[in-house]
Design a protein around this ligand. Structure first.
Ligand code: SF4
Ligand code: SF4
Ligand code: SF4
Length: 253
């Protein structure tokens, strides 16, 4: 029996599901080892019975919670799919404001009808078996995870920073060379340092490493000319759900 795979989406742009769909031929070849039973981007069918659930998006409404718990109770393996789901990601920028303020900015005089509150990663509500980090998630990791989960083999992402991959690629360090503020030293690698490889800073989309020296990183950024506000904004872009504003402020002093 092939394991049944389902995709679900909460507050998100659905870009991670699109990334999976963009695999095209590789996705078709995965159908030799899995059966996709719920994938709004690609099929109309929906089955209530599945083994592996990929959950995209942050939890930002009370009504999301029972739905998420139902998915957890059904799936044998639950995967946080992308940074919105893993760490609340870019959605958590709204957490700087009170929900009413954020809703008023987007929905104007209809804000009172909107239920949306602060955005949270799914592991604040349910146990997560695996994380596919990144905005969007990395397609190579997705394939590796599907194959591992279908075979019952653990899926492991080495806990190395982006800087390690950046050095291995032989990139010029844009933080050292150009004072471009980069979070590679405290961010989980696995993306092969793709942003610095193209001259862009790492903004932490794969999440801050659990044992990262946040304060040390802030000190280094300050040494390269960053203001407190710039450091705070950089940390908050993808990791507000993990690093509170207070921590970021304290780190930047
Ligand atoms: S992680 Fe990024 S690409 Fe994926 S759903 Fe969230 S915003 Fe979209
Ligand atoms: S460019 Fe960024 S990721 Fe690369 S070595 Fe420098 S700080 Fe690290
Ligand atoms: S370099 Fe940083 S921002 Fe870019 S994909 Fe990797 S983790 Fe995300």
């Amino acid at each position: 029996m092939k394991p049944k795979v389902a995709f679900f989406s909460f507050s998100s742009c659905e870009g991670c599901q699109l990334q999976a769909l963009n695999l095209e031929d590789q996705l078709l070849s995965l159908l030799d080892i899995i059966e996709i039973v719920n994938f709004r981007e690609a099929i109309d069918d929906k089955l209530e019975n599945y083994d592996i659930a990929f959950v995209e998006g942050s939890i930002s409404r009370y009504s999301d919670i029972p739905e998420l718990i139902k998915i957890r109770n059904t799936a044998k393996v639950l995967v946080a799919f992308g940074s919105c789901s893993s760490q609340a990601g870019i959605n958590a920028i709204r957490n700087r404001l009170r929900p009413e303020e954020a809703n008023a900015m987007v929905y104007g005089d209809r804000a009172a009808w909107v239920e949306t509150g602060h955005a949270k990663g799914i592991d604040e509500f349910v146990k997560v078996d695996y994380y596919l980090n990144g905005c969007p998630m990395d397609r190579r990791e997705f394939i590796r995870l599907v194959k591992a989960a279908a075979s019952g083999i653990p899926f492991i992402i080495p806990k190395l920073p982006v800087c390690t991959e950046c050095k291995l690629r032989g990139n010029v360090c844009i933080l050292e060379d150009r004072n471009t503020l980069c979070l590679g030293a405290v961010t989980l690698g696995g993306c092969n340092a793709i942003c610095p490889a193209y001259g862009h800073p790492c903004v932490g989309c794969r999440g801050i490493l659990p044992d990262a020296n946040i304060e040390g990183m802030a000190e280094l950024l300050r040494h390269h000319g960053a203001s407190d506000l710039e450091i705070e904004h950089l940390y908050a872009m993808y990791n507000y759900g993990r690093i509170s504003l207070l921590t970021a402020r304290a780190a930047s002093r």
